[in-house]
Design a binder for this molecule. Structure first.
Ligand SMILES: [Zn+2]
Length: 393
C-alpha cells in the first residue's frame, strides 16, 4: 500500500536534517547558501535577506549554477517547511550535496519570529514597457535598470554638452539628475542646446531642462541648482552624487571640480569642445589620473574657450555629450571599459577619433595624496584668471 501524503512527508522529514529559523538567522552571514525553493511569485513577494531563488520544480537543473560546490552548507526553505523537506532529500540523496538542511516552519515561522524579510524591488508594468529595449540586453536587464533608476548624476551645465547628456540619461531612466546652471535660455543657445526651445528664451536653464526631462520621463527626479559652481558651494552640491558630468566651459572651475571630486572620490566624465574638435575622458579618483595629472598647468590662454565666445559646430557638443552619457551609463552598470586613463579626441572635420593614454602623476599635487589630506585652501588653486585670459590677446 502506498503511504498517504502525510505519511510520506513524515518519512521524508525523518530522512533529512531540519534547522530552526533562529539558527538560520545566526548562520546567514557565515557563507551558508540559503535557497528559496518556492515559486517565482512567492519569492518576488518577499524572501529571506540574501536568499537565492531556485524553484523546487527547477531544482535538479539549476542548483549547480547557484551552488556549484557540493560541500557547501545549504539551507532550503519554502512557505511552511514541507516543500523544502522534499527538496532537501533530492539534494542530499539524488544530487549528492553533503550538508543540506530544511528550515522548520518555512518563511511563515521566520516572519512570526520577527526576522527581516527582503522585498525585492520590481519594475512596474509601465517601466517594463518603457525600458524593454534595455531589459533585452544581458548587460542591463532588470538589475541594471534598477541601478540606473537608483543612480544620482550631477550635470554641470545645461548647455551644449549638458543638454544631450541630460536628455539621454533621462530617457535611459537615470533616477536623479542634478543640474547646476545659473544661466537663462538665449536664442544663440538653440543651435546646439537641444533640451531648450524657442518659447523658453529668457527662462532659467534649470527650469527649462526640468520641463523637457519631466515630459520625457516622469521616473526622473530633477534637482535644480540655479547657481554658479564655485568654492563657496561645491562641497555642498557634490556629496551624494554618484557621477559628475562635466560640461564646464572654464578652467578655474575645472580645477576646482577636479580637486573637490578627488577629495569626495566621485568620478567625473569630462568633455571639452572647440571649433570642430572634442575631447573626452573619465577621471575616476585613485583609479586613474585626475584632471591635474593630465593638465598640470592650464592650456595656453588662446586655446581656452572660456576667454570669450568661440565658434562651435552645433552638432559637436551633441556628439561629445552623448559620449559622456554613454560613459556615465557604463559606470553605473559596471559594464564595458570606461575611458579611465585615456583621452579620446574627436576631429569632426576629418571624421577621425584618436586616443592617448594618460597616466597618474605620482607627483600630482592633488591625487598623489590621501583624500582627507586635501585642505579647503588647496582646492581650485589656479593662476589669476584675468591675467590668464589677458595672455590670449
Ligand atoms: Zn592627479
Amino acid at each position: 500500500m502506498s503511504p498517504s501524503g502525510a505519511e510520506l512527508l513524515r518519512q521524508v522529514k525523518s530522512q533529512i536534517e531540519e534547522v530552526d529559523p533562529s539558527e538560520v538567522h545566526e548562520l546567514m552571514h557565515e557563507g551558508v547558501a540559503v535557497i528559496d525553493v518556492r515559486e517565482t511569485e512567492e519569492y518576488a513577494a518577499g524572501h529571506l535577506p540574501g536568499a537565492k531563488h531556485v524553484a523546487r520544480s527547477y531544482l535538479e537543473t539549476r542548483i549547480e549554477g547557484v551552488v556549484p560546490d557540493r560541500s557547501t552548507q545549504v539551507i532550503l526553505y519554502c512557505a511552511s517547511g514541507n516543500r523544502s523537506a522534499y527538496a532537501a532529500r533530492t539534494l542530499k540523496d539524488e544530487l549528492g550535496y553533503e550538508h543540506v538542511r530544511s528550515m522548520t516552519g518555512g518563511i511563515t515561522l521566520w516572519k512570526d519570529r520577527g526576522y527581516d524579510v527582503e522585498q525585492p524591488r520590481t519594475l512596474t508594468a509601465e517601466q517594463r514597457d518603457r525600458y524593454s529595449r534595455h531589459l533585452l540586453l544581458a548587460e542591463v536587464g532588470i538589475e541594471g535598470q534598477q541601478k540606473l533608476l537608483d543612480a544620482k548624476v550631477l550635470l554641470l551645465g545645461a548647455g551644449g554638452l549638458g543638454s544631450p547628456a541630460a536628455l539621454y540619461l533621462a530617457a535611459a531612466g537615470v533616477g536623479t539628475l542634478g543640474i547646476v546652471d545659473d544661466d537663462t535660455v538665449d536664442l544663440s543657445n538653440l543651435q546646439r542646446q537641444v533640451i531648450h526651445s524657442s518659447e523658453r528664451i529668457g527662462v532659467a536653464k534649470v527650469d527649462s531642462a526640468e520641463q523637457t526631462i519631466t515630459a520625457l520621463n516622469p521616473d526622473v527626479e530633477v534637482k535644480k541648482y540655479p547657481v554658479r559652481l564655485g568654492p563657496d558651494n561645491i562641497m555642498d552640491i557634490l556629496p551624494g552624487y554618484d557621477i559628475v558630468v562635466d560640461g564646464l566651459d572654464n578652467f578655474p572651475t575645472r580645477y576646482l571640480l577636479n580637486d573637490a571630486s578627488v577629495r569626495l572620490q566621485i568620478p567625473v566624465v569630462s568633455a571639452a569642445i572647440l571649433g570642430f574638435e572634442g575631447q573626452l575622458s573619465v577621471f575616476k579618483p585613485y583609479d586613474g589620473p585626475c584632471y591635474r595629472c593630465l593638465f598640470p598647468v592650464p592650456p595656453p590662454a588662446e586655446l581656452a574657450p572660456s576667454c570669450g565666445a568661440n565658434g562651435v559646430l552645433g552638432v559637436l557638443p551633441g556628439t561629445m555629450g552623448l559620449l559622456q552619457a554613454t560613459e556615465v551609463i557604463k559606470l553605473i552598470l559596471g559594464e564595458g571599459e570606461p575611458l579611465i586613463g585615456r583621452l579620446l579626441m574627436y576631429d569632426a572635420l576629418a571624421a577621425r577619433v584618436t586616443e592617448v593614454k594618460v597616466r597618474r602623476d605620482p607627483g600630482c599635487p592633488i591625487c598623489s595624496r590621501h583624500p582627507e589630506a586635501i585642505g579647503d585652501d588647496e582646492m581650485g588653486v589656479f593662476p589669476d584668471y584675468e591675467t590668464f585670459c589677458a595672455g590670449a590677446h
